[in-house]
Design a protein around this ligand. Structure first.
Ligand code: GRF
Length: 194
């Protein structure tokens, strides 16, 4: 199974998944990192691991459809089977979604359907809810609305600050994402053999 990870920033989830591929927990090939921001730290992480990087921005194209058509072309050339979003800060449009429907996975730092969008951790913290968490889900045409694959809860304690909560959430992400991907890929490989 050939995977492409899409990231836009720090890439700590990319790192956790890449490490799980390297140590054999995830039985797949991490074929490439796609990054829409040329200065994202995720790119340096990929280079250090000798994972090929493709990087361009929608600004380089006259439309989002053309931007995604170029990504699609590269993914098809590499025979990518699964797209793993790891802090990719853009909405996946119809060009990619139609071809990869049911094959794009995302991680979101809240217990969806609560707190979708760009600030899941901050919004849960400000709302003073007793718990939040991490969700792994398939992408559909909404914002953080696709079918849920797995969730893990995190308690927000009275002594938590936004920073401590962020740390707790990221720690869970780095464990949960590789674990769930490993399971999902194993199941898919079993299905394609039978
Ligand atoms: C993570 O919190 C993830 O849930 C969200 O974006 C953040 C990416 O962090 N979608 P990183 O770039 O993987 O460090």
């Amino acid at each position: 199974m050939k995977l492409a990870i899409f990231a836009s920033g720090n890439g700590s989830n990319f790192q956790a998944i890449a490490d799980a591929v390297t140590n054999g927990t995830i039985a797949a090939e991490l074929t490439l990192l796609f990054c829409d921001r040329k200065n994202a730290y995720a790119i340096q992480r990929a280079k250090a691991l000798m994972i090929p990087v493709i990087s361009f921005s929608p600004k380089d194209f006259s439309s989002k459809a053309l931007y995604e058509a170029e990504i699609l072309h590269l993914l098809e050339e590499e025979q990518i089977e699964l797209i793993v979003l790891a802090g990719y800060m853009r909405i996946i449009g119809p060009t990619l979604l139609e071809v990869f429907s049911g094959r794009i996975i995302n991680i979101h730092p809240s217990l969806l359907p609560d707190f979708p969008g760009l600030s899941g951790i901050e919004e849960a913290f400000s709302a003073k809810v007793p718990e939040t968490g991490v969700t792994i889900h398939y992408i559909d045409d909404g914002i953080d609305t696709g079918p849920i694959i797995a969730q893990e809860k995190v308690k927000i304690k009275s002594y938590d600050t936004l920073e401590t909560l962020e740390r707790k959430i990221h720690k869970i992400e780095h464990e949960l994402y590789p674990k769930i991907l490993a399971k999902l890929i194993k199941t898919r490989q079993g299905e394609s053999r039978s």
